[in-house]
Design a binder for this molecule. Structure first.
Ligand SMILES: NC(=O)c1ccc[n+]([C@@H]2O[C@H](COP(=O)([O-])OP(=O)(O)OC[C@H]3O[C@@H](n4cnc5c(N)ncnc54)[C@H](OP(=O)(O)O)[C@@H]3O)[C@@H](O)[C@H]2O)c1
Length: 309
């Protein structure tokens, strides 16, 4: 059985894709810079290749004998942000060229939810650059001979919980009236199933659902599900912007984060309105039961309890 190679297989979304493939007894290979972390995440049947996507020797080794490739890498982190272009663009395009030579037929690319020039103009140039890199990779795939599918991921549902400390959900700018999100486990299921199908060639699918939520609604419902009173607080964005400029000489990361917060607050309303339709498409075309906010709250119960101490 030829393995499915996952680049970014240890990530938030990636490790769920690996688990969903393993549930289906597929042979899976992961390229990682951190094998100890990968060994903790996966059963011993996952083939772990130690290497870096920027290194041709390791990517060629990882691609040997593979017919399906899933790309879910991200450099949107404090440590990697300076290498964003090198990791998410230069290396991804090089890997796609290597994949073609290695005989890979099917490619799944985990991208951002949607890419709109007008919306990006309202963020900042740092955050916009992430989406533009994704767009360039999508354009490359669209012109390629691969059997490809692009999965547009919204923010992970975990985001709602990450804003809660000591029973207060504090959100810079307060967030939009409605925001799509998706559970990491649902991304895992859909991406794994998509990778094993060959009837989704040329499709870009948005992974939303089951619903678009506002932060105040999410706070109330998480509180009800966990028998806590979660208070919602809108906090000002300006201090974050000022700090992000002041720390720029030390790290550009906060400038990207400030851009993502701006994007979050200006999320296009029509995209949020489309969530029920997008979710229905997923329900009709993939075999999975989507995780609700209440189900996610159960998973986060202990973390929420500990955050009050
Ligand atoms: N998380 C979200 O809320 C969200 C929202 C929208 C879209 N997305 C998209 O979903 C995709 C996955 O994001 P994520 O949040 O799951 O990522 P993540 O948790 O930050 O994980 C990043 C992954 O990239 C790998 N990676 C980074 N640099 C690498 C390098 N030089 N060589 C090899 N591997 C490298 C890491 O592997 P090792 O550390 O093991 O080497 C890790 O598995 C991205 O396209 C992202 O833009 C995510």
């Amino acid at each position: 059985m030829k393995p499915v190679l996952i680049l970014g297989g240890t990530g938030h979304y990636g490790h769920h894709i690996v688990s969903s493939l393993r549930k289906r007894h597929k042979a899976v290979r992961v390229l990682t810079r951190n094998p100890d972390n990968a060994k903790k995440l996966f059963d011993d049947q996952v083939d772990i290749i130690v290497g870096d996507i920027t290194d041709t020797e390791s990517t060629k080794k990882a691609l040997t004998g593979v017919d399906t490739l899933i790309i879910s890498v991200s450099a949107f982190s404090l440590k990697l942000i300076r290498r964003l272009h090198e990791i998410e663009y230069d290396s991804v395009l090089r890997v796609l060229q290597e994949a073609q030579l290695a005989g890979v037929e099917r490619v799944i690319y985990i991208s951002v939810y949607d890419i709109r020039k007008e919306a990006l103009e309202q963020t900042n140039k740092y955050f916009a650059s992430i989406a533009l890199i994704k767009q360039a990779v999508e354009d490359y795939l669209a012109k390629s001979d691969f059997n490809w599918t692009i999965l547009g991921a919204p923010p992970a549902m975990d985001m709602f919980f990450a804003f809660i400390r000591k029973d207060k959900m504090m959100v810079p700018g307060g967030g939009p009236p409605a925001l799509p999100s998706v559970a990491t486990a649902d991304v895992g299921e859909i991406a794994a199933q998509a990778a094993l199908r060959d009837d989704l060639n040329g499709q870009r699918i948005r992974l939303a659902g089951p619903e678009a939520l506002s932060f105040p609604d999410a706070a109330r419902r998480i509180g009800e599900a966990t028998n806590r009173e979660i208070k919602f607080r809108k906090i000002p964005v300006l201090p974050i912007k000022i700090i992000s400029i002041l720390v720029w000489p030390f790290t550009p990361y906060l400038r990207y984060l400030a851009g993502s917060i701006k994007m979050l607050n200006m999320f296009p309303a029509d995209l949020a309105a489309d969530v029920p339709k997008d979710h229905q498409y997923l329900q009709n075309n993939f075999d999975y039961q989507s995780v609700t906010l209440e189900m996610a709250a159960e998973k986060w119960r202990t973390v929420l309890e500990n955050s009050t101490h």
